[in-house]
Design a protein around this ligand. Structure first.
Ligand code: A2P
Length: 323
């Protein structure tokens, strides 16, 4: 991997995604507007959102400001958004992608992902409809083959340049792969970080030429409130700290560079201007194979997972769980 050059991954024909993107999950409206401004100023061009994050309108406002002022061209941006759980049916693909485009104020997105393998029944605009028993109202009739046909139609209609999936397990990807007749999924976005390296899933995806994007690449410390528990501090890992010292870099930069050198994209989230900039400054150094091996050795396998969807009440009872 060349030093001093930003890294891109090839998705569908001619579609290139900047390997380092800007994550926006769990950023509130006011802080997000400033953070996106700061990220674009720093040089991020790949920005990740989702209908279910409820922040597309804010992101769209900032993007339009930059595009309208001529500071940036639409084609220089790489915008990713996702189909929400309540839209996991063919008609939902059409409806929710159009809603996302309206929110973002864009005629197309660069990558549209099916956010989760499980779907919810739709009740009004409720993103997390609950049953009388206080459980999420899961729709067990979710049909990935039919959803994927509708996803392919969106590429043909020019509303998405490429399509993929998020949070699918290997079995579900294989099933989807086999029924994807016109366009294969080009990207899988999943939780992936030092303690949860997803080696088997990454190998499987790469064998199918599906690129992988890591969410929570810094270990998702911001999720401790959502989960109501302490989350291991991957930034304080001794191996990471010693490699950081050797290269004159921060632990976050080592964690991100490790992922990028594995041929994986990453979307760290930050609302802090220094950290936003710092997370992008990972293209001017290289980890040695010895560094890589030490970092690979920190994997905790399945035990390293933080976001297992048990925070959505009832989802773990889905017949295909865990995802
Ligand atoms: P903040 O927004 O205050 O910077 P992940 O992308 O794995 O979910 O991690 C996001 C969390 O990590 C947020 O809490 C974010 O806080 C923090 N974070 C982001 N970048 C850095 C960094 N370079 N160093 C330390 N913490 C960071």
């Amino acid at each position: 991997m060349a030093v001093g050059k930003e890294v891109y991954l090839d998705l569908a024909e001619g579609v290139k995604i900047p390997a380092l993107g800007f994550g926006t999950w769990q950023a509130s409206d006011e802080e997000l507007e400033k953070a996106v401004d700061c990220a674009l100023e720093a040089g991020y061009r790949h920005i990740d959102t989702a209908y279910a994050y409820e922040n597309e309108k804010v992101l769209g406002r900032v993007l339009r400001k930059w595009i309208d002022s001529g500071k940036i061209k639409r084609e220089d941006l790489f915008i990713v958004t996702k189909l929400p759980e309540v839209g996991n049916r063919p008609s939902g693909v059409v409806k929710y992608l159009q809603r996302s485009l309206d929110n973002l104020g864009l005629p197309y997105v660069d990558l549209y992902l099916v956010h989760t393998p499980f779907g919810y029944h739709e009740r009004g605009d409720d993103l997390h409809p609950m049953t009388d028993k206080g459980m999420i109202d899961i729709d067990l009739s979710t049909d990935h083959a039919a959803i994927w046909k509708a996803m392919e139609d969106q590429v043909i209609a020019g509303k998405a340049r490429s399509i993929g999936i998020s949070n699918f397990n290997e079995k579900q990807i294989e099933r989807l792969w086999n029924c994807a007749e016109r366009i294969k999924p080009s990207m899988l976005q999943v939780e992936l970080h030092l303690y949860f390296q997803q080696k088997d899933l990454v190998n499987y995806c790469h064998s199918k030429n599906i690129k992988v994007c890591a969410y929570s690449p810094l270990g998702s410390r911001g999720s401790s409130q959502l989960l109501g528990k302490e989350i291991p501090d991957v930034l304080n890992n001794e191996v990471v700290k010693s490699i950081a010292k050797k290269h004159g870099k921060t632990p976050a930069q080592i964690l991100l560079r490790h992922i990028i050198q594995r041929g994986i994209a990453a979307i760290p989230k930050s609302t802090n201007p220094q950290r936003i900039l710092q997370n992008l400054q990972i293209f001017d150094f290289e980890l040695s194979s010895e560094d890589m091996e030490k970092l690979n050795g920190q994997d905790q396998g399945k035990a390293g997972r933080i976001l297992d969807f048990s925070f959505f009440k009832g989802v773990p009872s889905h017949p295909e769980y865990p995802f």
